[in-house]
Design a protein around this ligand. Structure first.
Ligand code: GLV
Ligand code: MN
Ligand code: MN
Length: 397
């Protein structure tokens, strides 16, 4: 099998044109946006040209299938609302190049996938979560994005392309190449990270309901200000987590929506996402207790009420030792002495796919550790090194 780095880089740049942000190499290609659907149709064409059988499933996961039992390579091609050009795209295009080279060489049998909504417009890694049975389709259909659009409406935009769900029994294993999205490889000067395990995650919407009122006439001590509750909550959980977390535990407040969000109105409602990640399920559970208790306590003290949305999450997942060893051998051949074994703090479709088959992952460096931002980038030599490790490793699978 002979991979062609130039062809791989050309395809990677071509995918970047779909939803190009005009700021650096960034992209705006959230799941089911026009740019995302156009990119998936383009990818389907490239898969077909490579000799693969194109198949969209009911949620827009796109497969390029090779005959017989095959190794599945890939990642996702949707992006964050402000995303980088490599997050997900790298694994899909590298998978395409290895599958194409394998078709040209007459083997091995390699299929490709681009999962839908990995970035969680609707849930957490939605497309692969549904395919793997982590979440059922009916439950997923009721999920809403932050504008109130349902997953059912969004996926109906791809209905004319949709076939059945793909039978996972035809795959011997799944391997995902991704950018690291953190600073470890870039700061150590190493070229490849072979992933040992992926952290677990919890994500929950929280709402503080106060009393909307006039900002000039309402005395401070009589306010039920939803923003003040959120602000107090944020400070309090940092304190209360202190004895529970490790240096690798992370938590993030996002999607903050203040109602009505005006300078002369005491806010009556604050809705936000609370997300936390760790490699220990017991610590994730302890953090959940702290979050619920702290929010309830603050609401009580300040005369508000609090509502908790559905708790979404994925468990921590270890990589398959045999596939991981194949990646380690590939890394040592391509970048001798310049690779390491490391955990993933970012989530990946591989976590869900591990319910169906053995999985493994590898990383290439992110310049300055930046990702989920338009400025995300990786040196071309590192992108190609990742492709080479992936191609070599498939020979041992
Ligand atoms: C996926 O991009 C994540 O949020 O880790
Ligand atoms: Mn990703
Ligand atoms: Mn991402």
């Amino acid at each position: 099998m002979k991979i062609e780095p130039d062809r791989f880089l050309r395809d990677l740049h071509a995918l970047r044109e779909f939803g190009a942000s005009g700021v650096g190499k960034g992209v705006i290609r959230p799941a089911y946006s026009d740019a995302d659907i156009a990119a998936r149709k383009w990818l389907a064409g490239r898969m077909e040209e490579a000799g693969l059988r194109v198949h969209f499933d009911p949620v827009g996961n796109l497969f390029g299938l090779a005959d017989g039992p095959s190794i599945l390579l890939g990642s996702h091609s949707d992006s964050q609302p402000e995303g980088g050009w490599l997050d997900g795209a790298l694994g899909v295009i590298a998978g395409l190049e290895v599958a194409r080279a394998a078709q040209e060489a007459g083997g091995p049998s390699i299929s490709v996938v681009s999962f839908q909504d990995e970035e969680g417009r609707f849930g957490v890694t939605t497309g692969s979560a549904i395919w793997s049975g982590q979440i059922d389709l009916q439950t997923a259909d009721a999920l809403e994005d932050d504008k109130g659009n349902s997953f059912a409406e969004a996926r109906s935009q791809m209905a004319e392309l949709a076939g059945d769900f793909v039978d996972p029994a035809q795959f011997k294993g799944y391997v995902e190449l991704h950018i690291e999205q953190g600073p470890a490889l870039d700061s150590s000067g190493e070229q490849i990270g072979v992933v040992s395990d992926i952290v677990g995650i919890r994500d929950m919407r929280i709402t503080f309901n106060g009393q909307q009122n006039h900002a000039g006439t309402t005395p401070m001590h009589l306010r039920q200000d939803a923003f003040q509750a959120l602000s107090a909550f944020n400070a309090a959980i940092a304190d209360r987590f202190a004895n529970v977390v490790t240096p690798s535990t992370v938590w993030t407040i996002g999607h903050v929506a203040l109602h009505p969000n005006a300078s002369s109105i005491v806010p009556g409602r604050a809705v936000f996402s609370m997300q936390w990640r760790d490699s220990d399920p017991q610590r994730l559970a302890r953090m959940e207790q702290i979050i619920r208790a702290t929010a309830a306590e603050i609401a009580d003290q300040m005369g508000l009420s609090v509502d908790f949305g559905t708790l979404l999450g994925l468990e921590p997942e270890a990589m398959d030792p045999t596939l991981q060893a194949a990646l380690e051998a590939g890394a040592e051949a391509v970048s001798p002495g310049k690779w390491r074994i490391m955990p993933s703090g970012a989530l990946h479709d591989a976590t869900n796919v591990a319910r169906l088959m053995p999985v493994a992952m590898l990383f290439v460096p992110s310049i300055n550790g930046i990702s989920h931002a338009f400025s995300e980038d990786t040196k071309e030599a590192d992108l190609v090194a990742g492709l080479e490790v992936l191609a070599r490793a498939t020979a041992f699978m």
